[in-house]
Ligand binder design. Structure first.
Ligand code: MRU
Length: 345
């Protein structure tokens, strides 16, 4: 897969600026933690696993110029950097998972000299990106077993190479099925308000040579009713221990439509997106975003000034709608409260 979403290049974090896609492929280089946090906040880099990678390198950037000479001072600065990055986006748990890993890494190295601790942080971030590449391919392999030649798959938002280092979660399954010689066609929801489906999913599927048809979000039910969809595959930003799934706003609607029309609904995500500390989806923090995302369409105002707006970035799909959760360790099926317990073992 030739799309490299995020990488460490000569002391800088190189990312694809996803806000410019599909019209322009522009890379930006983050040299400091402020630029990186802004890139996360403004969705230049986005999607749960990629946010984890970005967060890890954010810590590297934030600590590289630390002048601390003892571990307690280094730790104080590290906590400030972690808090700063944590405040960028609240829903995707991978960000917090990666920040916790970076904290643990520093703690494990605390008896070493400060330059060695900085090296250890960089090695940990590089390890996270390497693991991401491996687990993306494992998830894809696990999920591809489910795909039959000729399947017509509906997806929502973007859960492809652009949400990982380079291969994807839900779309990774499709790439793998294609590599195995299966013919798959995809229907991509445009995914209002920020159009990740229209802008990003179609862009990367076309590059990979996968047949894709773009639809408006309100067309998914019609397609399912006409028996034109065999499976739904989506990603996840956070899964609670009961199997409730937080994913891009509109995912819940797709899941309800899928159940009504007897279409299997699969979620593809790494284990780091499963938050066993949260008992139910009701407790997952949901990011509320700027009302302009709704009052404008393609930067053009479409609603009257002063109108009230509701703009949650994610919704919760209750576990009863989820046929299976595909991870790098295989697929988990209901009852999730039981099956997900084994996940972190
Ligand atoms: O707001 P975004 O673009 O960061 O949304 C997150 C997502 O990309 C989706 O919810 C996606 O389906 C899951 S992340 C692999």
């Amino acid at each position: 897969m030739p799309i490299v979403t995020i990488e460490w290049k000569k002391g800088k974090v190189k990312i694809i600026d996803q806000t410019k896609l599909p019209l322009r492929l522009v890379h930006i280089y983050c040299e400091d933690v402020k630029t990186l946090r802004e890139a996360i906040f403004s969705l230049k880099i986005r999607g749960a696993p990629a946010l984890g990678i970005a967060g890890a390198f954010g810590v590297v950037l934030g600590m590289q110029n630390s002048s601390a000479t003892d571990f307690p001072s280094f730790r104080r600065e590290l906590e400030e950097v972690i808090d700063y990055l944590s405040s960028s986006r609240p829903t995707a748990v991978d960000l917090f998972w990666a920040l916790k890993r970076m904290r643990n890494c520093a703690e494990k190295s605390k008896d070493q000299e400060i330059p060695r601790i900085k090296d250890a942080l960089q090695e940990e971030a590089l390890q996270i990106i390497q693991e991401d590449k491996t687990r993306s391919r494992q998830m894809a392999k696990e999920g591809a077993h489910l795909i039959k030649d000729g399947d017509r798959i509906l997806t929502h938002c973007n859960a492809g190479a652009l949400v990982t280092a380079d291969y994807g979660t839900a779309l990774g399954v499709i790439y793998r099925a294609k590599e195995e010689g299966k013919t798959v066609t995809v229907f991509a929801d445009e995914t209002r308000p920020l159009l990740q489906g229209a802008r990003l999913t179609t862009w990367e599927l076309l590059q990979a040579g996968v047949e894709v048809t773009l639809i408006c979000d309100n067309m998914a039910g019609d397609l399912m009713q006409r028996r034109k969809i065999d499976k739904v595959l989506v990603g996840a930003d956070r899964i609670a221990s009961n199997g409730d799934v937080a994913n891009k706003i509109g995912t819940y609607t797709v899941a309800v439509l899928a159940k009504e029309n007897k279409v299997p609904f699969y979620v593809v995500c790494p284990i780091s997106s499963i938050d066993l500390e949260i008992p139910s989806g009701k407790m997952i923090p949901i990011e509320q975003r700027n009302c302009q995302e709704v009052t404008e369409f393609g930067r053009k105002r479409v609603a009257p000034p002063g109108v009230k707006v509701y703009n949650p970035a994610f919704d919760i799909t209750p576990a009863r709608y989820v046929t299976g959760i595909i991870t790098e360790k295989g697929m988990y099926r209901p009852p999730y409260r039981e099956t997900l317990k084994e996940v972190k073992g």
